[in-house]
Structure formats: C-alpha cells, structure tokens
Design a protein around this ligand. Structure first.
Ligand SMILES: [Zn+2]
Length: 299
C-alpha cells in the first residue's frame, strides 16, 4: 500500500513537471517552440506514465476488475500516443531491431524526404517545382497504377528520373498484410517492372505503412530495402498544412526520414508544407535529399 502511494505520487510529479516545463516554454520562447516540445514529449510522457501507472496498479489494493479496467484503458491510451507521437529513443530501438529503415544513424545534419502515393501530373509537378526552387531532392514512392499513358504523366516521371529517385509503393496503396504472399510479390514485381522503364528502384514502402516478416522476405527477394519513416505528420489523415509544417520542423533530427503525401488535396497541402519547411530546414543547416543519398553519407 505504501509503495502504491509512492508510485502514484511519482506519476503525478512526472506529469506536473512536464506540464510546468511546457508552460515555461510557452512564456519563454513562444508558442512555436512549445508546440514542438509538447509534441515531442507526449510519447515519452506516455511511456513514463505507463511505467509508474503499472507499478501503482501492481501495488495497490484495488479490486481485480478495477485494476484490469484501469490497466486496459491506460494501455490503450499509451499505445495510441506512442504510435501517433513515437519518442525518438523508442524509434531508434525499433530501427535497430527491424529489417525496415525508420531513420538513419548519422550525426550529419542530413534528412531524407519521401513523397508517398505519387503521381498526379498536376500536384507532382507543383511539388517538383518547389523542390527545384530550394535545390532539394526527394524519393517519390510511386503507385504505378497512377502512371497514365498521357504526355503529362510521362513528363512528370521523366522529371523525377532526372533529378530525384523512385521508390516502389506497389501498383496502388493497399495493405500488403491483407494480401497473400504470392499476390503481394506479384504486385511488387509489377510495380517494379513498370518503374524500371523510367529509372532504378532500391526502396519499397508497402501500402498502409505496415509490414509482416513475410513481406520483409519478399522485399529482400526482390532486392528492395523496406523503408517506413520517422517524421510523419499524419497528413493523409488530417488536413492542416500548418500542423504538418510545425510537426515536421519540431521532429526533424539528423538522419530523419520525412513522409508527406501526393495527389489531389494532399498533394496541394504538401506543396504548402514544403514551402514552409524547406527554407526553415536550410536555415538550420539541414540538407534534404533522397534516401539513397543519405545512405551514402558517412556517419
Ligand atoms: Zn500510401
């Protein structure tokens, strides 16, 4: 019982200290920095709360059903926060243990920019214009079903081939874990063959942003490196370019992999996000480039 009180007090102290730190940041530096720090601390805070909350539950003399209910609710909230705002230390552990790349191990101020769900002749061209204006390169994860036979599709693909890099995003964005192994392999191969008409491809990001061990083996068999990302502002699920831009600026670290989306309204927002983020990153000394170029940077 005494231990329960201790752990409960520590959990409250951690929450209070984080809250005070956040408020101090708002007064000292202004909303922007607090926004970034706030976002970054949420995932870590969730992990600490889980630790002390579990200890409190174990030591407290509550009825078993109350403990189970509290444990399940706490776990659901923490998992949600950790998935949406993964702390960097956790991401780096996952990165080391996984066959997929989430970020790169480097001390250099270089980050990879990846554009998902390309192409859309209209918005991809606009994205290419912004990248060109800021002398930035990117890896475009193309869903090959979007490549039309028209001249504008071809022109966009040639522009990417000339200055940037292609990534395989299957023939269209669909969750690979729901496909049979054979169907997934056939889909990846079909996309790979189509992209080969335009340029080399080394990277695979499966649709839906998840993968299974079987999908990892397929990627390896096709000589493709699985890649997800470490800076994803949920721009395919929320529609604020302002939020995405602040999120990206707050979370970028040396070796980050930024994920933004193309096509339609998402593509238009990505143009806006890049217009805000690229000058800011350049001012902080970051070089923004393709996945392959970051892998060639010495540690
Ligand atoms: Zn996608």
């Amino acid at each position: 019982m005494m231990f329960a009180r201790w752990f409960g007090s520590i959990a409250i102290a951690v929450l209070a200290a984080s809250g005070l730190r956040f408020l101090a940041a708002v007064f000292a530096v202004g909303g922007h920095w607090a926004f970034g720090t706030g976002l970054l601390s949420i995932g870590s805070l969730a992990c600490w709360s889980l630790l002390f909350g579990t200890m409190w539950l174990v030591c407290s003399r509550q009825k078993w059903w109350r403990k189970s209910l509290a444990a399940l609710t706490g776990l659901a909230v923490v998992l949600f926060l950790v998935v949406v705002f993964p702390p960097y230390w956790l991401m780096s552990i996952v990165n080391h243990c996984s066959t997929a790349r989430f970020c790169f191990d480097t001390e250099q101020t270089v980050v990879a920019l990846t554009i998902d769900d390309a192409i859309d002749p209209e918005t991809t061209s606009q994205i290419l214009d912004v990248l060109e204006a800021h002398s930035v390169r990117a890896t475009f994860f193309v869903m090959t079903d979007t490549i039309g036979d028209d001249e504008s599709s071809r022109a966009v693909m040639q522009r990417i081939a000339a200055d940037h890099e292609f990534g395989n995003h299957q023939t269209r964005d669909r969750p690979g874990w729901r496909m049979s192994r054979e169907a997934f392999r056939a889909d990846v191969r079909q996309a790979k063959d189509r992209l080969a008409e335009f340029g080399a491809v080394h990277w695979l990001r499966p649709g839906g942003g998840c993968f299974t061990p079987s999908m990892a083996r397929t990627a390896k068999g096709e000589q493709l490196q699985l890649v997800l990302g470490s800076v994803y502002p949920w721009d395919s699920h929320q529609s604020s370019a302002e939020f995405s831009a602040r999120f990206v600026r707050a979370r970028v670290r040396p070796g980050s992999i930024i994920v933004l989306h193309d096509r339609g309204a998402r593509g238009t927002r990505t143009v806006e996000v890049l217009q805000r983020v690229l000058p800011a990153l350049a001012a902080e000394g970051y070089r923004v480039t393709t996945l392959s170029e970051v892998t060639e940077v010495p540690d």
